[in-house]
Design a protein around this ligand. Structure first.
Ligand code: 5GP
Length: 122
């Protein structure tokens, strides 16, 4: 499926510095910041700086340097937040069935409380 990136999405505006964010980590190709409506004591969003809509779009098109940086940034956030012992969940919603609200790739890192089952059965 061809992806069209909308550069007016809210995370593009965060990357351009047009709206503020609570930064957890910034690297050459990635930015991690706290979710504005946290659903757990730790709720960090990690995004690539490049114009990628979803994880598959990124994985199919990003450079090796971007992919390595993004993966390392996720690992660094887990270390910074001290969540390896208690455990965590990573979620990346995509498209309509994934109920993705912001069309710029983001991984949610959730931790700090029991997170329940992965999906309800509805
Ligand atoms: P999605 O449903 O697309 O996977 O999740 C989008 C996430 O972005 C939601 O958890 C929402 O709270 C978060 N979000 C939306 N707008 C903003 C914003 O302006 N700043 C921050 N930090 N998070 C946002």
């Amino acid at each position: 499926m061809p992806y069209t990136y909308d550069d007016q999405n809210i995370f593009a505006k965060i990357l351009r510095g047009e709206i503020p964010n609570d930064t957890v980590l910034e690297t050459e190709h990635s930015l991690a910041f706290n979710d504005i409506q946290p659903q757990a004591p730790v709720h960090v969003l990690v995004i690539p700086k490049g114009p990628y809509v979803s994880y598959d779009h990124f994985a199919q098109n990003a450079s090796d340097a971007e992919i390595a940086d993004y993966t390392r940034a996720i690992g660094e956030v887990c270390k910074l937040k001290g969540i390896e012992d208690g455990g965590f969940r990573m979620i990346s919603n995509a498209g309509e069935n994934g109920v993705q609200e912001v069309p710029h790739l983001h991984v949610h890192i959730l931790a700090g409380r029991p997170l329940g089952r992965m999906l309800d059965k509805a």
